[in-house]
Design a protein around this ligand. Sequence first.
Ligand code: HEC
Length: 377
Amino acid sequence: MSEKIYSYTALFDTPNDIIHAAKVVSEKGYTKFDVNTPYPVHGMDGAMKLPTSKLGFVTLFAGLGGAALALLTMGWMMGIDYPIVIGGKPYFPLPAFIPITFEITVLLATLVTVASLLFFFFKLPNNKHPLHDTNYMKNVSSDKYGISIEAKDPKFNIEEIKSLFESLHASVIEPVYYDEEELNFKPKIADPKFLGFLAAVAIFVSLSVYLHMNKVLYMVPFSWMDEQEKTIAQESSDFFDNGSGMLTPVEGTVARGFIPYAFKNKPEKAGKLLVNPLLPTKENLELGKNKFNIYCSPCHGYLAEGDSRLKGSFPNPPSLHSQKVRNWSDGRIYHVIVEGQNVMPSYSYQLSIEERWAVINYIRVLQRSLNAKETDL
Ligand code: HEC
């Protein structure tokens, strides 16, 4: 016990007395006082003229912060850092963001509220209080109703308070002094005892979560689909007669996007029936020029005149400006690209269907550049 006074206290016998006392004390203008009762007494907040708790503001701002954080993070990731159109949605699809925004709002609001309750309002890890272990506290936690006016109150005056409590017919009136320990207490986060406690909690929680998730939840018959009746590629299986897990596709199966060429060995028919679907637009011609220069020009030359750059290591092709090729339909040239011709190999693996037609459009341009018709002028 030190000499420094913390508060002056009074004990009463009935809830009506304490409500009346709280009313009088607050009406006299005291602000730093508290009431302690064995159970919540209805109407006490009003009698004490307690202002509404500030905790609501903490929750409000933490929630708003959570909403802003979620929206900014998602907006930045999807609209700025990695802009990508998903399902035709805009770069800031608000309706799609709502569930996560809601979650983060609630999460931050609750976590910050609990943390600020513990560490800001209750001042943990300091758990000392001058009222602890006093005669006053023993009584109000069993069957008495107490009121305590703190020395911090601007109107604090021992004589006045004493006579006020007496006029209210308090059964016990006594001062409470600061505890020596309480006065000198400095919270130490790095306290080995506190750290040891945290470590013990961490180990206990991890261990119980681990055991629960891996042992309790996996008790027979629950395997949570960890064991499945399925074949893994390349593995054997006794499900099919031939003992292999994978079956060869039915004859004639066609892979998606790989429909077989319909005019195999039928160049004349291809020339008659295949129609170039591409218009000679600027983009198509540029695509055709690009692909022609890469795949065709090494043998046919940049101008398709048959001037191979392979310097005799491959038979020189004929010029594509010949009357023959000029008279060929686009479909007939297409056939050469798909099937090759004599020593010229097929280019169907190198060129997509669209690119083949684009190359043909470009060959037409080259042909016209050397043999322009009168109408081209
Ligand atoms: C490896 C060299 C080489 C490449 C690359 C090449 N060709 Fe050929 N091409 C030839 C040869 C050689 C011939 C002549 C084949 C023959 O004897 O009938 C030929 C023939 C042709 C013919 C028929 C000409 C005619 O008069 O019969 C066309 C059309 C043709 N090529 C288009 C192309 C296109 C389009 C490309 C690019 C996708 C291409 N070629 C790539 C070597 C090549």
